[in-house]
Design a protein around this ligand. Structure first.
Ligand SMILES: Nc1nc2c(ncn2[C@@H]2O[C@H](COP(=O)(O)OP(=O)(O)O)[C@@H](O)[C@H]2O)c(=O)[nH]1
Ligand SMILES: [Mg+2]
Length: 193
């Protein structure tokens, strides 16, 4: 995919602010700090289009990034951040549920997990949620650069089995450091536009 333009359209706090129009959207989902923003940046070759942070729990808005004036990446707040109140967690859950279940432009959710570790309970819940609502899902196992090549297959198998992935769903090894998996991820996304 040749990227000719990439810009933030809006950091939305409420649905009324989501962009109008019918352009396809791909939303990122995943644990806080797993690499969602880094995934977007690597995919579009921009160092800091999506804000990355070593401090988890930062993004509390839905950030819409317009790519090539033809589709959006939507960076969403991560889950599994311990230091949030129950109230905040519920507000987060509601915002995400509404977006994921009612947004007609949403073509697929890109679920990012960490290749180094088995998916967490929250990862499994998120995957099950997506399957329950029949939302097309691409699973990206990121930080592959931190796992020795000889262990990739084993770790990939653990991801697939722990999430109990359906056979049709793609699992792609990725690294925002090396760019590994980028072409594969673009192919998967383009099939869903
Ligand atoms: N080594 C390595 N570090 C990564 C990778 N992806 C993200 N990171 C790092 O993980 C941290 C969190 O990344 P970020 O994209 O902000 O996560 P987000 O909270 O899910 O958006 C940052 O310090 C990134 O540099 C990757 O593929 N490899
Ligand atoms: Mg982020």
């Amino acid at each position: 995919m040749k990227i000719t333009a990439a810009e933030i359209t809006i950091s939305a706090v409420k649905p009324e602010q989501y962009p109008a129009g019918e352009l396809p959207e791909f939303a990122l989902a995943g644990r806080s700090n797993v690499g969602k923003s880094s995934f977007i940046n690597k995919m579009v070759n921009r160092k800091s289009l999506a804000r990355t942070s070593s401090k988890p729990g930062k993004t509390q808005t839905l950030n819409f990034y317009l790519i090539n004036e033809s589709f959006y990446f939507v960076d969403v707040p991560g889950y599994g951040f311990a230091k949030v109140s129950k109230q905040e967690r519920q507000a987060w859950g509601k915002m995400m549920e509404t977006y994921f279940t009612t947004r007609g432009q949403l073509r697929a959710v890109v679920l990012i997990v960490d290749l180094r570790h088995p998916p967490t309970k929250d990862d499994c819940m998120m995957y099950n949620f997506l399957k329950h609502y029949d939302i097309p899902t691409i699973v990206i196992a990121t930080k592959a650069d931190k796992v020795p090549k000889g262990k990739w297959q084993k770790h990939q198998k653990i991801v697939r089995e722990t999430l109990n992935m359906v056979a049709e769903d793609e699992l792609i090894l990725f690294s925002a450091e090396t760019g590994q998996g980028k072409d594969e991820a673009w192919s998967a996304l383009q099939r869903m536009m």
